[in-house]
Design a protein around this ligand. Sequence first.
Ligand code: MEV
Length: 427
Amino acid sequence: MVNGNGKPMKSRVSGFHELSADEKLELIRKFADLTDEDVELLRKTGALDMHKAEMMIENVIGTTEYPVGIATNFLINGRDYLIPMALEEPSVVAAASYAAKLARPRGGFVAESDEPVMIGQIQLVGIKDTKKAKEKIMLKKEEIFDIANKCDSVLVQFGGGVRDIEVRELETSRGKMIVVHLIVDVRDAMGANAVNTMCESVAPLLEEVTGGQKRLRIISNLADRRLARSKAVWGKDVLGEEAIEKILDAYELAANDQYRCTTHNKGAMNGIDAVVLATANDFRAIEAGAHSYAARDGKYKPLTKYCKDDEGNLVGEIELPLALGLVGGATKTHPIAKIAVKIMGVKSSKELAQLVASVGLAQNFAALRALATEGIQSGHMKLHARNIAVIGGAETKEEIDAVVRKMLEEKAINASRAKEILGELRK
Ligand code: MEV
């Protein structure tokens, strides 16, 4: 990280955004001492080429890739789906597919989702009589609706737009504040752009009406009007009574212990995030919303619930906010995301949310079943061993299989042993 004069380079780079991708790369090459091979790999973009990537974010020097796997066996609301998942973790796609397979004999997943309604927040400060201000805002409801809806005539044309407003008074250490909630039906969009624009456009009127000053004008990622739910029954003939009891014990731990609950919810998010990522949706918004929703009662709780039905079968359920879009974001421009949507054949953001919730439930169930019975490491290690065999130099399927078999037998899964085994094999 030294320049031509041997001085350390600074990260303060003026005009970086104005450089071409090649020029940016050249600068980064010098800054980080990248090799020619590093630079070539960064240049070698895939379906998302440099130009498309530059339309999405700033200062682009390349793209990164995740494997996209297909979760099979999903039967949701009586329809068969194949579901693309993008992530780096072994076992997740296989586990979701397995859980979906085990759910099929009892009809698969029954899922539903709320109308795609988001909340936009406008913060107002410096108001003396917040009660009166609240009344005045409510009297201007129609005018506020009008201003907001004018921001997005296409959304209104498609049946969306502002549905309601709510005014909340907050007592804070910096005095009383008002937060106005714009409740907006965003149809098939994730909604951040539409809602943020609306919040900004109605804020001046709110200042005028209340005599206060606007501060934040932004969507809330706690999309608790846009929940998705899914339910499945795993039969006792499929799981066995003992496994069901063990799964219920596992669930109880999550319901009563935040350390476990975090990991429990992480398991569900493994599936949720992977579909969200495959469709180039905003996974940060989904993560923030999911965990906030899990803690909505002041205690962090599992996103899923399990119990036994009258016949002793295991019933699993999930509920979480899912602000997902099919239009207006990267989902419509990312070439692989577009194909992912095609593979699923989903026609609305509501349908997509039902699929994502079902994958979340399947993923969580699969983790609990494995953890409560044989443990997850045996399956995990097999896949891990395949990676290690490749790192050790195995090239053909035969070589990989043979190296994996030997490493598992010896319970020695590391790259140097893989290399040795490969050497012996090739002799
Ligand atoms: C690993 O990515 C996810 C699990 O830890 C989830 C869980 O413990 O329920 C297996």
